[in-house]
Each structure stands twice: as C-alpha cells, then as structure tokens.
Write a protein that binds this ligand. Sequence first.
Ligand code: GAP
Length: 492
Amino acid sequence: MSKNTDELFKNVIAHAKEYGFVFPSSEIYDGLSAVYDYGQFGAELKNNIKTYWWKSMVQLHDNIVGIDSAIFMHPKIWKASGHVDGFSDPMIDNKDSKKRYRADQLLEERIAKLNEEGKTSEAEELQIEMDNALKAENLPRLRELIIEQNIKCPISGTANWTEVRQFNLMFSTQVGAIAEESDTIYLRPETAQGIFVNYLNVQKSGRMKIPFGIAQIGKAFRNEVIARQFIIRMREFEQMEMQYFVRPGTQKEWFEKWKETRLKWHLALGTDAAKYRYHEHTKLAHYADAAYDIEFEFPFGFKEVEGIHSRTDFDLSQHQQYSGKKMQYFDPELDENGKPYGNYVPYVIETSIGLDRMFLLTMINAYEEEDLSTDEKQDSRTVLRLHPCLAPVKAAIFPLTKKDGLPEKAREIMDTLKLDFNLQYEEKDAIGKRYRRQDAIGTPFCITVDHQTLEDNTVTIRHRDSMKQERVAAADLDKIIGDLVSWKNLLK
Ligand code: GAP
C-alpha cells in the first residue's frame, strides 16, 4: 500500500467511527478481534445496500423469491455440505511469538515478494509446489516449504514453527442444558445451506417453475484466524446470496448471465468500471464446476467482494443422500424429442456478495477530502458522495435561528416529509458547520427555514455535491427529494 492509499484507508476507518458508521465491537473492554458494530448511520447505509440488492434480485425478477432461514440448523447439514470435514484452513504457529498464521498465506506473501523482486520463475515454482501440497492436503510439505523459504514470524523474527494443522472455521455451540457431543450445532458459515434445505418447500408452496431463484440476506460466522483490513475479514458478517435452480446442462449459460448481471448491479452505482475486475478461480471448491470473483480495487489492492459459483447439483444431491429425502424436481416441459424432462436434481448457480465488503467499498468510493480554498482563505470539507438512494439521511432540516418561530416551522415542514424520507433536524451551530456535518455523512440535501419561509412558505435547499443553493416552495420538497432518491434512478 502506498503512503497515500494507506492514509486514505486509515482516514476512512477513522471517519467511519467519528461519524457513527462503524465501531469496534465491545470497545470499552478493549474490543473483540474481527468483530464490529454498525452505528446509527452505518445501520442506515447497510439497510439501503440491502434494499438495493433485494429490489434488484427479488422485486425485479418474478421468478426469484426471498426467504429468511434460521442461523441454527441441523448439524447433519454441515456434514452433508462438506463443511465439517473440509471447511478449514492450514494453520501454523510460531513457537516464540505464539502467533498463529495461515500457512498458505505465508507462502502467498512470499510468492508476491519474489514477483516484486523480479524472481518470477522462483515464484512460479513455489506456487506450483504450494498448490500441489494444498491439493494433496500434504500439511508436512507446506511446513517444509515455509522452512525452505526461510519465512520468519514478523513478530518474533524467528522461523521456529510448529507443525501445520487443519483448523475448522465453523463456530460450534451446544443445544439443550447438558453439553453432549451429539448436541453440538454450528453457527452457519454461509447462508446458502438454508436455501438448499428449503428449496422444495419454496418450490412447492410458491409453485415455482425452473429456472427459479431463492434469495436471502443474513449473518454468517467464520472463525477467521487472520483478521485484517477492518471489515474485510470478520468473524461475524453478513451475506446476500441467491441460488438459481436450473435444468442440468444449462448451467453454463446461466452462469454467464449472472456473472454479467451482477457486475452491472455494481456499476449502476456509478463506480468507475476500472475499479472492478473478474477473477477466474483455477482451484475450484469441491462443489463447483466454474467460479468467478468480482473484485474491487480497495486501497490495499484488488479484493473479492462477490463470488459467482456454478455449484452443480452437489449440495442438493448431498442433502438427498444425508437426509434420505428426495430433492428432485419434476419438469413437465418437453425436450427436443417431445418427451418431458421429468425428474431431476437441479443444478445451481449462486451469487454471493459480502454485505460488509460492499459497505466498505461504498464508503471508500464515496469518501473525498475536498479542497475548497480560494485566494482569500483556506478551506476544505470531507464529503461522502454516496448515491442518494444509499445515503443514510436523505435531507437535513435547519431553522436559521433558534427563535422567531423558525424551529416550529422547520418541525412542521419535517412532519410533512418524515414518513417518506429519513430526515435529520439540526438547530445547533452556524449553518456552515451544520452543512459540513451533513456532508460528512453524505446527506444529499440541506433545507434551511428562515424568516422568508414564514412569509411565503419557501425554503433554501442546498445540494451536497455542487454546494449550490436555490429557493423552492416547501410544498415542492416532497417531489424534489423523491425524484433524487427514487430507486428508479438505480434500478432501470
Ligand atoms: N456460499 C458461498 C460462499 O459463502 P464465499 O466466497 O466463501 O462463498 C461469499 O463468501 C462472500 O462473502 C465473499 O465474496 C465475501 O464478500 C464475503 N465474506 C466471506 N468471508 C468473509 C469474512 N470473513 N468477512 C467478511 N466477508 C466475508
């Protein structure tokens, strides 16, 4: 990370805390690693991102419906999905610092360094060795590579490493009063399984015909050992996932469609297209026959925000086998030979976006320290240029002064608007200071009620981005704000 981007990232994190977007969890007890709380404006921004996703996935597709499944599920689900046996990272500890690392990440960092130094063939060789060791789950070989490369712990500076062990990322807990092994259940590490196990319930109760989708937004939990980069890698986070059930043999075409559709969703927010790229997975997860990430260029480099996965019929077939219940769909439509397709286990295309990563991306994109200096004086402001649909507060209402009936008039105007828009009332400090506070949280409009308002029912409206002010009738505010924050601007 260069000094500038490093500083930008630090400033965004500080801004997020100072203005009530994101707080470290349990801060008065010195925090809890990789867990964060969303403050008053963070919660609003997060909700608006969810609404944008939900509307575009569920409301705009008459063959996609949304559900809300429980976080706790039968433990066999995680056996069937492969998470009990396979959802783990290879970990290694440094005996001197007692710090734990992901063995593959230590090697990845070494490969990146070799590339930086121009030692590309050495880097390539190491990459192949590491990939082979990971594929074969050859943990002693991973350790050997770390030792051969003389990789040292950044804290202790020594290469005194333990063996490499697999560390399962699922959190477990017990149901019932007495802890017995059979009572162990897991906090879900992805929301997707709640969709798979309900797919027939939804299909039958909603009379859904293939292709159809089920969407869900919810918390997921992973015991990430390496927590870093703020809300990029958390232990408790939120996912917005959609499983699209298709006829076997058509998955490639749907995969391409969803890959494109999802990138369009990101770009509709006005983000510079150069900040996004696709990353194709060459090492596929056990359930996938194709996978792409949508990556965004964060200040610390390109990072995955969303995954598009062609999950085959793996999950449904596994649940069919483990539950003993049929997961087949009856397709009455006729194939090219005029015969019904009949019973089959559908294939699944999944789109899975991390809400917290999307939140951070949105904050970073919107954050600007703008120089407003003129020949006469130095001035600046920090402004969040959030898309108006995502802005936590749509308009702030200020009485010019705290007397002469202006607060009452401002409240009266606010009452006419607050059912439709999230508003803030502010009467403290000079108007300029109030503008700056609203700029910092991304409020698109500031409305000032002054003495003229009492005479002719007009107000000044100040626009966040241009900082221009105009005088408008209070009766028109509903339409002016409504037009700018309408979801129609995003969901075309
Ligand atoms: N159901 C598929 C699935 O869970 P994933 O690539 O493991 O796929 C999907 O996760 C998305 O969830 C990622 O693209 C990322 O945005 C987000 N995500 C994953 N782990 C995360 C973590 N520890 N903290 C925050 N977001 C995370």
